[in-house]
Design a binder for this molecule. Structure first.
Ligand SMILES: Nc1ncnc2c1ncn2[C@@H]1O[C@H](COP(=O)(O)OP(=O)(O)O)[C@@H](O)[C@H]1O
Ligand SMILES: [Mg+2]
Length: 300
């Protein structure tokens, strides 16, 4: 395993740039405290990987890791998912169910997209974070809490507090330690190593040409690592040789916004089309090994 590749709870993370190494240094330091950590950053930057790294480096590493996406369930189910419910607590509650706080006992509970949590659940969460034992929905027994909370958001929570969509007290409670995961365009030295990691997964002996590497490095990647992985997979599908060229990559400039002139749109389209050879043409003479037997392993 190359030394810039780490594995946190089964998920690989490439850390090559100095910027990201500095972030991981903070992660290790924060992990060894009991602080609640708020991870911020754009979508696709690797916030979940950072959360996993915090659990991995913490003293709770051998205890449960539980993750929950606060945007994944309708509001009324979030509370019973987090805190559990007793039999008959609401229609459909046919049996008692422990909550995620129960399951994460002794370990770490990762609350992703915390900005989506509705205000009523925010109040209950704040009390639990303050160490107050909680009740299951419909329950009468107090349950003590021992779960470390790590939360993540791609929202500006300060703005959400100003707009009264997020409680200020909960924000300050979560924000004991804030770790910002920078977007790829602020850590360009990570782009090619991460792209090469994805390339190795999908096409073992392939490599990027120098031009393709430069093109990858200069794109702004608004979708960050997720977008980068899609670009690599597309290139694997398109490429005809083991050397991935610029022409194999999807168009990396943002498509022209709708208000621009027709000509600008046309230019963008032609840029995309010209590099592609028609399917029926003979491949250009090349000394490079032709791409004949790639195994496409699909999206992980
Ligand atoms: N440094 C990295 N190295 C390898 N894969 C990464 C890295 N950062 C993110 N990924 C991958 O990119 C995808 C998006 O990461 P994720 O942590 O879910 O982003 P976020 O939570 O910030 O939206 C995941 O599949 C993750 O495994
Ligand atoms: Mg995420």
């Amino acid at each position: 395993m190359p030394d810039k590749q780490h594995v946190y709870l089964g998920v690989a993370a490439i850390v090559a740039s100095q910027t990201m190494r500095d972030v991981m240094y903070l992660v290790e330091r924060a992990a060894r405290t009991s602080a609640t950590v708020l991870i911020t950053g754009e979508t696709g930057t690797g916030k979940e990987i950072v959360a996993r790294a915090i659990h991995h480096y913490s003293l709770r590493a051998s205890r449960p890791w539980v993750d929950f996406n606060c945007a994944a369930l309708p509001e009324h189910l979030v509370e019973s998912e987090l805190f559990g419910h007793e039999k008959g607590a609401f229609s459909g509650a046919d049996s008692a169910k422990p909550g995620l706080f129960d399951l994460a006992n002794g370990g770490t509970l990762f609350l992703d997209e915390i900005g989506e949590l509705e205000l009523r659940v925010q109040v209950k969460l704040l009390r639990v974070l303050d160490g107050v034992p909680y009740y299951r929905v419909g329950g009468q027994k107090k349950i003590p809490v021992d779960a470390r909370i790590v939360a993540a958001t791609n929202q500006n929570l300060e703005a959400a507090v100003q707009a009264r969509r997020f409680r200020a007290d909960l924000f300050h409670r979560l924000n004991q330690c804030q770790i910002r995961v920078p977007p790829l365009r602020e850590r360009r030295d990570d782009i090619v190593p991460i792209a090469e990691y994805f390339l190795r997964q999908h096409a073992e002996h392939a490599r990027f040409s120098a031009d393709a590497s430069r093109a990858l490095e200069s794109h702004s990647w608004p979708g960050n690592v997720r977008e980068l992985r899609n670009a690599v997979i597309q290139a694997v599908v398109t490429a005809r040789t083991y050397e991935i060229g610029v022409a194999d990559l999807p168009p990396l400039q943002a498509p022209a916004p709708a208000h621009q002139s027709h000509a600008a749109t046309w230019n963008w389209t032609s840029w995309r089309r010209t590099p592609y050879l028609p399917r029926c043409s003979r491949p250009a003479a090349t000394s490079r090994k032709p791409l004949t037997c790639w195994e496409f392993r699909g999206v992980p």
